[in-house]
Design a protein around this ligand. Sequence first.
Ligand code: ZN
Length: 113
Amino acid sequence: MTPARRSTPPAKSRAALLALRPHFDRNRLPDPETYFTAELAALQGHGTWRDAVCPFHQDTRPSLRVNTQTGAFRCMVCGAHGGDVLAFQMQRYKQPFPAAAKALGAMTGDRHV
Ligand SMILES: [Zn+2]
């Protein structure tokens, strides 16, 4: 009786090849509180929702509300809003989705990032 030997196939599977192509991974988005603190300087207040000076209009006092848990944001003056840090990045820097995702480090399979 000989022990059963099973060799793994040398060829890369189609799934493995696809995984190497750049694609969006939401789990790689930065922590909202860290991101907003870096983007907006001082976040004011405590708790989940914080206040910051709005970068989407000529703001003189904190009008922008940001959610440090989800990344959602809304300006009480100019109405700029979005659901996560990716939406913020796209609007602030006028980037299309792929560029914004890449800027936030949320693209996988891209060895150049
Ligand atoms: Zn605003």
